[in-house]
Design a protein around this ligand. Structure first.
Ligand SMILES: Cc1cc2nc3c(=O)[nH]c(=O)nc-3n(C[C@H](O)[C@H](O)[C@H](O)COP(=O)(O)OP(=O)(O)OC[C@H]3O[C@@H](n4cnc5c(N)ncnc54)[C@H](O)[C@@H]3O)c2cc1C
Length: 419
């Protein structure tokens, strides 16, 4: 029997992974989510789960939930390439080079967010999962127990409160009011192009690509290929059954017209086409053929590093502490790593190996290290995508070409990709 009760705020990727991991080990855990239904937070984009994220998911999820995850991921993984704006390869890895002989728990997976969420919710009943519970603030009693207060006036008391409430975390706002998120000065415009489209070049419908042009801007492309059908009677809430390619064009916000984030999808599409005039027809077709309703612009934000704080009965995980730009594709993977690390530390406390306070302190120390390193990496990628330095781009292109030509460098980069 466990002695403590964990309250998790936010049933997102990290919060649910932690909840599943503690629940299957018999630790008392309750997760509170502000949205009302199990299908409320539908975000239709593909998400890339890297080997570290897969391992964490595998270790947190009970076997039936892990199997459900595997049932919804795409088995058509594809490779990864860096190309010029004329779609000439600077460096390309095949799928086999990226994950040689890996089992599913150590592989890269293309997942739909909806499929991932469905897997994470597997087996969680109303006793564990409280929907429509919007966290407002917490209070700590003299005996060290913590109470979460919700906007509807209800409250819940436990021994540890974990803020897994995403980038705009209210838990962080109270625990670390000095923690800041910055506008990186980078703007991304993204859209979706339905497949099949026989006029698109193979690399755009098979692989993930990063376009490094000689001039300004950068373009990321990826593909979602559903190749599994949901089991009969199992209705996934959004249509994940059709294939699509996604793209994201990034550059410095200052190079776009004022009010760009308020433009319609059509106008944004036109803007990206103007900015990519002279690029390969295949790339322009990807942008031009997208449904304008799927095209939107976001100002890219990022957390700034926070130094150590005094450990108490409230902690944070995932975007709530180390929100990062999407430009490295590792935010969710890092949230999963947090969930798994905190789970392992809490289980050690549950067994009586270490006190609960020490478990949380050890988690925070380790998490700050790799979490803010990931923030820095994704910020570097974002700034590089928005850099106007022609010399920097030529140098980067030269490095990629050299890696392509030197097998040991190639192997090292291939196995490190996305992890
Ligand atoms: C376009 C885009 C593409 C991305 N692609 C990738 C990728 O390929 N790979 C990758 O690793 N990462 C990717 N990311 C990043 C990834 O989506 C996030 O890092 C990840 O979702 C963070 O998980 P989380 O559990 O910390 O927070 P979230 O998943 O955001 O969950 C937070 C939860 O808390 C709930 N909540 C918020 N406030 C409250 C409150 N007051 N009370 C109760 N509940 C609350 C929210 O409703 C939500 O359910 C991408 C991000 C974007 C924007």
């Amino acid at each position: 029997m466990t002695n403590f009760h964990v309250l998790v705020i936010g049933a997102g990727i990290g919060g649910l992974a932690l909840t599943q991991g503690l629940r299957q080990a018999g630790v008392r855990v309750t997760v509170f989510e502000r949205t009302r239904s199990r299908t409320d937070w539908l975000q239709g984009y593909r998400i890339h789960i890297n080997p570290a994220g897969s391992r964490a998911l595998h270790d947190c999820l009970p076997p039936e939930a892990w199997q459900r995850f595997l049932d919804t991921v795409s088995t058509v993984g594809g490779g990864f390439g860096f190309v010029t704006e004329h779609l000439r390869d600077l460096l390309r890895f095949t799928e086999q080079e990226i994950t040689p002989d890996a089992g599913p728990a150590d592989a890269h997976h293309g997942a739909s967010r909806i499929g991932l969420r469905e897997a994470l919710l597997t087996g969680l009943d109303d006793e564990v999962l409280h929907l429509g519970a919007e966290f407002e603030r917490y209070s700590i009693a003299p005996d060290g127990r913590v109470t979460a207060h919700f906007t509807d006036g209800s409250a819940a008391t436990g021994d540890l409160l974990v803020g897994a409430d995403g980038a705009n975390s209210r838990v962080r706002g109270q625990l670390l009011p000095h923690a800041r998120r910055i506008d990186t000065g980078v703007l991304a415009i993204a859209g979706k192009h339905r497949l099949p489209d026989s006029d698109l070049p193979t690399v755009l419908v098979r692989d993930t690509n990063m376009v490094i042009p000689a001039g300004r801007g950068s373009l990321f492309t990826s593909v979602w290929h559903p190749d599994r059908v949901a089991p009969a009677g199992d209705s996934l809430p959004l249509d994940t059954s059709s294939a699509y390619a996604i793209w994201g064009f990034g550059d410095a916000t200052a190079t776009f017209p004022p009010g760009v984030t308020d433009l319609s999808g059509d106008d944004l599409q036109r803007l990206v086409l103007e900015r990519t005039a002279g690029w390969a027809n295949g790339l322009r077709r990807l942008i031009e053929g997208s449904d304008p309703a799927t095209v939107n612009a976001i100002r890219v934000r990022s957390a700034t590093p926070v130094g150590p704080w005094e450990t108490g009965p409230v902690t944070l995980l995932g975007d709530a502490i180390h929100n990062m730009t999407p430009m490295a594709g590792i935010g969710a993977n890092t949230a999963l790593r947090d969930a798994d690390l905190l789970r392992r530390r809490l289980l050690a406390a549950d067994r009586g190996d270490i006190p609960l306070h020490r478990a949380v302190r050890d988690y925070e120390e380790e998490m700050r290290g790799y979490g803010f390193a990931a923030v820095a990496q994704s910020l570097r990628n974002a700034r590089m995508s928005a850099s106007g330095s022609r010399a920097g781009r030529y140098a980067f292109r030269a490095v990629l070409r050299s890696v392509h030509a030197v097998p040991p460098l190639r192997r090292r980069m291939a196995t490190g990709l996305g992890s």
